[in-house]
Design a protein around this ligand. Structure first.
Ligand code: HEC
Length: 105
């Protein structure tokens, strides 16, 4: 019993350590902050919007993500409030963010 608990504690410790490693690269974080994305999105947990890791699971091409930032399709995410369209995110910044999202696992 004690051993099981210990194993469990070790597994938990490893799991939380690897979770903490999902760091946003500084250049991306700057763009996400500037464009207010972080108010609604986190990398690995659902906030107001879906976790970027869950967005990555949809296997979009970066260009599709850029389009979805400009013109969200709320029916892609049942159970979420619709994302406000963000047409003013500069194209190059949107593409940089989009490429990064597609690399998330
Ligand atoms: C006010 C909150 C809010 C902000 C700010 C916001 N989002 Fe969202 N986002 C959402 C919600 C809610 C959804 C899910 C519903 C939807 O797609 O309409 C979503 C969905 C998405 C999706 C998935 C689109 C799809 O159809 O699969 C992407 C990609 C995304 N957001 C990226 C961004 C980026 C990049 C920014 C910053 C430029 C941003 N979001 C800012 C709330 C937000």
């Amino acid at each position: 019993m004690k051993k099981t608990l210990l194993t469990f504690a070790v597994v938990l410790a490893i799991a939380s350590a690897s979770n903490a490693q999902t760091k946003i690269p500084p250049n991306i974080e700057k763009l996400l902050q500037k464009n207010t994305c972080l108010a609604c999105h986190k990398v690995d947990v659902k906030l107001i919007g879906p976790a970027y890791k869950d967005v990555a699971k949809k296997k979009y091409k970066p260009e599709q993500i850029v389009e979805l930032i400009k013109k969200p399709v709320p029916s892609n995410w049942p159970g979420y409030i619709p994302m406000a369209a963000l047409p003013n995110v500069p194209a190059d910044e949107a593409l940089t963010i989009a490429k990064w999202i597609t690399t998330l696992k």
